[in-house]
Write a protein that binds this ligand. Sequence first.
Ligand code: SF4
Length: 234
Amino acid sequence: MSASAAARLPVIEVFGPTLQGEGRMIGRRTMFVRLAGCDWACSWCDTPYAWRPGALAPVERLGPEDLLRRLGALGPDCRRVTLSGGNPALHDCGPLVGALHEGGYLVHVETQGSRAPAWLGAVDTVTVSPKGPSSGMAPDWPGLGATLAVAADPDLKVVVFTEEDLAYAAEVGRRHPGVPLTLQAGNRVGEDDADSLLARLRWLADRALGLEGMGDVRVLPQLHVLLWGNRRGV
Ligand code: SF4
């Protein structure tokens, strides 16, 4: 395989400028590059079209130059890019990150913490989002530790639907006390609307405020869902 072919990434969508809807970077103006493929299968995944590429959404193989051109055309004055998925850590994004930095972009990554490629240390910020019991996934504590060890300026985000998820989030916080932690009210695509999301957010805020060991935790909704609903490309 040639170097240029190896640098091509499976891309589901490129969009923006929009607002980062989650975690420590919430509200920031950003472009998004969503990569195909995920090594997990969470029951409430809001982007299943990314982890079953080809079945629910077409995939394009794009290199760094292609992506820089597309990002520049969509958002000429937006110099922040979020690499998301799926799980972007499955891929060799090193050449893309280098090209984005050369192009003047700040690079943020969202990953669940199952893989820890070295290039996660070359980006600017990384949100690591391990999944609690309601996802159906088993905890991967070694993977989470390895990802946080390699990631540049990481923060943690745990989606919470249930008391069990909240206990899991507290355990994540206990194991990694130096990493900023966000609790995010869960969202089921096709079931939730603004009212049900706000009700879950209120429940989560009340529970987190009364819980020991939450430190300076943030409690947040998915901003983009409150603003624009469960739509792709926002
Ligand atoms: S890790 Fe993220 S992208 Fe993968 S299945 Fe779970 S929620 Fe979806």
